[in-house]
Design a protein around this ligand. Structure first.
Ligand code: PEP
Length: 263
């Protein structure tokens, strides 16, 4: 269903009216985690200043340590909905558990499946039936074929509004959080008709890598990028070191306008 063989035209997915697909480079930005209303609104205003048309933000956070901040849950979803009303930005937010799909879908414009859940087949089937577009992140050790098969689980439930997100893969390298597989962009676009975006924040894991990796992603033909921003990253509860700050926004906006989309 997601293969380009039977569907040669590349697809466009609409999220709250915003297109992601060929002919555009969509900027999605926002805080890694929703912490407070004030922090989320400030991050959303930063995102808009850089040209973002969709707001990201996690209310349910998949953390390596069970002692780390796990997200605000439904309270975080309510904050996202309030900030959407204040800014007009549709929301992309992660769902971790089959039991929360209905709840998250009742607030979100797009459901995010994180790298750790790429092969949670029950969750893929549940979001496939949830009536919302889905952003499917590539598993950190998944091949492109496995990633596309995961998308197939969602599509099989009748939902073809799927955006693939390359977010870096595990390699031997420790200087970066993950290694951005830039080649995954044209390869996935050749094999599948689905739009492909890149997450340079979770790939590099360091603020100073985010803009160069954004440039690489857009130059390689990505249909969009999803980027962490935070008004006070030193106080962030999750992933502060990779969040862009106010001073980076001009350069980010410039990258987005410098590269015409590859069709
Ligand atoms: C995120 O985008 O908030 C996130 C946790 O990303 P990933 O699943 O790629 O680690």
């Amino acid at each position: 269903l997601v293969s380009r063989e039977n569907h040669p035209e590349r697809s466009t997915v609409h999220v709250g009216g915003v297109p992601i697909g060929p002919g555009t480079v969509t900027l999605i930005a926002g805080p890694c985690a929703v912490e407070t209303h004030q922090q989320t609104l400030a991050a959303a205003r930063m995102a808009q200043a850089a040209g973002a048309v969709l707001l990201r933000g996690g209310a349910f956070k998949p953390r390596t340590s069970p002692y780390a901040f796990q997200g605000l849950g439904e309270q975080g979803l309510r904050i996202l909905a309030d900030v959407r009303a204040e800014t007009g930005l549709p929301i992309v937010t992660e769902v971790l558990d089959v039991r929360d799909v209905e709840l998250v879908a009742s607030y979100a414009d797009m459901l995010q499946i994180g790298t750790r859940n790429m092969q949670n087949f029950a969750l893929l089937q549940a979001v496939g039936a949830a009536g919302r577009p889905v952003m499917l992140k590539r598993g950190m050790t998944a091949t492109i074929e496995e990633w596309l098969m995961a998308a197939e689980y969602i599509a099989q439930r009748g939902n073809l509004d799927i955006v693939l997100c390359e977010r870096g893969v595990r390699t031997f390298e420790t200087a970066t959080r993950n290694t951005l597989d830039v080649s995954a962009v044209p390869v996935a676009q050749r094999l599948s008709h689905l739009p492909v975006v890149v997450d340079p924040s979770h790939s590099g894991g360091h603020r100073d890598l985010v803009l160069p990796l954004t440039r690489a992603a857009v130059a390689a033909g990505a249909d969009g990028v999803i980027i962490d921003v935070h008004p006070q990253p030193e106080q962030a509860l999750v992933d502060g070191p990779q969040a862009l700050v106010e001073a980076d926004l001009g350069a980010l906006a410039q990258i987005m306008t410098d590269f015409p989309p590859l069709l």
